[in-house]
Design a protein around this ligand. Structure first.
Ligand code: KIV
Length: 275
């Protein structure tokens, strides 16, 4: 697959070709996403929970994000790599947002960045500074506390209208794409039709221009909680536990290492002469 660009995503929207997008946080995961031919990788701040065991995305630092982006970039040359701006690294205003994004782009090596919420002035200044920005509206996990928790957003007409307005404001500010999280399907459709830029849904129904899921969720590797919108495509977590249990049992029974995994070359008699 040729390197995925903003132009390519725009063409896909125009041609009605759906965009696939998934998170990845390290080299090994990125190589598998590359092999699968998925168009976009989000080095998401969800790593705070899936990789680092925190209870929320809030504690993640820009240093940690840069560290993980570097590994993902090495493993996946073709997909567009999106670096997630972490909580507290852009909410002071455009200068701070540009500084933080520059770190993800220059030190990490990602292609573009994503930020949560509707901050059109910040996005406008970032785009003017030459930074590709993906917006993220609807449920925004970094500020879920202010939205009543991890809950469906845009449930009534006023709330739905506000989210459509946010989408238009971010497009107007120069965002190249939007992630829309956890809204009714018809609102996902309305947002997708209201803007010309690609809209990627997560729990936003079938009519978005593409879908994004968290790597650990879709592969069955994270069982602390599972939102309704997550489809588990595999049970890799269970397979890993089974393999580790088999290994443990074989070590205990001295079945591993068997002949094929050991080095010959000296007899027991030869080696006995050393002592
Ligand atoms: O960090 C993340 O994984 C995300 C997705 C939920 C879109 O922002």
């Amino acid at each position: 697959m040729a390197k995925v660009t903003i132009q390519k995503l725009q063409e896909m929207k125009q041609n009605g070709e759906k965009i696939s997008y998934v998170t990845a946080y390290d080299f090994g995961q990125a190589t598998l996403v590359e092999k699968a031919g998925i168009e976009m990788i989000l080095v998401g701040d969800s790593m705070s929970m899936t990789m680092l065991g925190n209870d929320s995305t809030v504690p993640l630092t820009t240093d940690q994000m840069v560290h993980h982006i570097k590994a993902v970039v090495k493993g996946a040359p073709s997909p567009m790599i999106v670096g997630d701006l972490v909580f507290g690294s852009y909410n002071e205003g455009p200068e701070q947002a540009i500084r933080s994004a520059n770190r993800l782009l220059k030190e990490g090596g990602c292609d573009v960045v994503k930020l949560e919420g509707c901050m059109p002035e910040t996005v406008r200044r970032m785009v003017e500074a030459g930074i590709g920005v993906q917006g993220h509206i609807g449920l925004t996990p970094q500020t879920a506390g202010l939205l009543g928790g991890f809950k469906l957003q845009g449930k009534n007409m006023d709330a739905a209208r506000k989210i459509v307005e946010q989408a238009k404001a971010l497009e107007e500010a120069g965002a190249f794409s939007l992630v829309v999280e956890c809204v009714p399907e018809e609102l996902g459709r309305a947002i997708t039709e209201a803007v010309k830029i690609p809209v990627i849904g997560i729990g936003a129904g079938r009519y978005c221009d593409g879908q994004v899921l968290v790597y650990h969720d879709l592969l069955g590797m994270f069982d602390r909680f599972r939102p309704k919108f997550v489809k588990k495509y595999a049970d890799i977590g269970d397979q890993i536990v089974k393999a580790l249990q088999d290994y443990k049992q074989e070590v205990r029974d001295v079945k591993f290492p068997s002949d094929e995994y050991v080095f010959g070359g000296l007899s027991k008699d030869d080696i006995g002469k050393i002592y």
